[in-house]
Design a protein around this ligand. Structure first.
Ligand code: AMP
Length: 397
């Protein structure tokens, strides 16, 4: 899929127009309701500022969490409106609903260059169903639509696809950056091209593995998904994550790698634990010697060295998925080693969102990466070459 020809905010006249902007304000909160990480909001500011400077009437919308289609104060976007007000030193007006009276009044009172935020889109079950009536009502608030929520572009929802039926639709700066950076790197990768895949399941990543096997020189597989591969080689994997119905698939992938001359790396040792618990008793054992009743929760030290060595000298690196249960300090070392190896390699690097992005941020390596995608699922789908409905429905140049 080629999305480089999609119109952006720079291709339309926004002055005096009501512009509906789909953002990704799905930010984390602590127990007292304070936003603990404003990154997603910060990433949206460039487009919002552009629209303010060009005297648009800006109507922001987003989802937050999983409120299951009904109002739930815990998932209100009101704190986000306050945070944007603070970041831009403006007064962001907050509508108490999405397509109701409050939204209509708030939008009708907007002056050129002013901003409002609608309440959580997912307070309506119609949002995720891409309901045409809901889409039409949401679109009727505005004259133009801007999508800047890359993280939800792989989903066909009312606010990502439905509204595009009713409004001229373009992308914002954040989406444009995601598309142009990833397309450039993938279309003409500096070699050697190394991809590292981890995370929980082979079945989630099969599409991306197949598409990367056509492009990369080396493929490194770690995380929970590696145990299906090891099991397919005849190793016992104890109580590790293993998809026993995917053993043939794992063998096919290994055969395809050989055929394509892609060097495939699997763990040679693992850090195993007695139970799925952050403080469980643990030990490092060779890959073919996982004892019965133990589960692999991280790659071992020899594997961390092997993977780091394979990353050294890379021209391009694409990484998606942690090497173990990186949320737990006891089982984060493999993921840390990979993050460090990428940072030290000087390679052009794309980090898929989610846990690998979180690891890179937490370790302070973010500055050393070329691109950290704001969307885990969306970036995987992009790498896979699959359609992202939130992008394909935007207007072409
Ligand atoms: P994904 O969303 O597929 O990238 O998977 C990320 C999740 O995989 C994280 O929550 C990790 O805790 C989990 N994960 C990675 N390695 C393992 C493992 N060896 N056992 C269980 N879960 C794992």
């Amino acid at each position: 899929m080629n999305y480089l020809n999609k119109k952006t905010v720079l291709d339309i006249d926004v002055t005096g127009k009501k512009v509906l902007v789909r953002c990704d304000f799905n930010v984390p909160f602590d127990e007292s309701g304070n936003i603990t990480d404003t990154k997603r909001i910060d990433e949206s500011l460039k487009t919002i500022k552009y629209l303010i400077d060009n005297k648009a009437k800006v109507i922001l919308c987003s989802h937050l969490g999983r409120p299951k289609g009904e109002f739930n104060k815990k998932f209100s976007l009101e704190p986000v409106a306050k945070q944007i007000s603070k970041s831009l030193n403006i007064d962001v007006k907050f509508a108490q609903d999405v397509i109701g009276e409050s939204a209509n009044i708030t939008v009708s009172q907007l002056k050129d260059g002013e901003v409002c935020l609608l309440e959580n889109l997912r307070f309506h079950k119609e949002e995720e169903k891409n309901d045409p009536e809901f889409s039409k009502k949401l679109a009727s608030l505005a004259d133009l639509y801007v999508n800047d929520a890359f993280g939800t572009c792989h989903r066909a929802h009312a606010s990502t696809v439905g509204v595009t039926q009713y409004l001229p639709s373009v992308c914002g700066f954040l989406i444009q950056k995601e598309i142009s950076t990833m397309s450039k790197i993938l279309d003409n990768p500096k070699r050697p091209f190394v991809s590292i895949l981890g995370g929980a399941k082979v079945s989630d990543k099969i599409g991306v593995i197949n598409s990367l096997l056509e492009k990369v020189d080396k493929l490194i597989i770690g995380g929970g998904m590696a145990y299906t591969f090891m099991n397919s080689l005849g190793y016992s994997v104890g109580t590790s994550l293993c998809e026993s119905d995917k053993l043939d698939l794992a063998r096919d992938i290994m055969a395809k790698a050989k055929e394509k001359n892609v060097k495939l790396f699997l763990p040679v040792d693992n850090k195993v634990g007695k139970e799925y618990d952050p403080n469980t008793e643990s030990q490092i054992v060779p890959a073919d010697k996982i004892p019965d009743g133990w589960m692999g929760l991280d790659i071992g030290t020899k594997t961390a060295d092997l993977f780091s060595e394979a990353i050294k000298g890379a021209g391009t690196v694409v990484w998606n998925g942690p090497m173990g249960v990186s949320e737990w300090d006891n089982f984060a070392n493999g993921t840390i080693a990979v993050a460090k190896a990428i940072a030290d390699s000087g390679a052009i690097s794309i980090i898929g969102g989610g846990d690998s992005a979180a690891a890179v941020e937490k370790l302070g390596f973010a500055d050393k990466m070329t691109h950290i995608s704001t969307g885990g699922g969306a970036s995987l789908q992009f790498l896979e070459g699959k359609e992202l409905p939130g992008l394909s429905h935007l207007n072409d140049k």
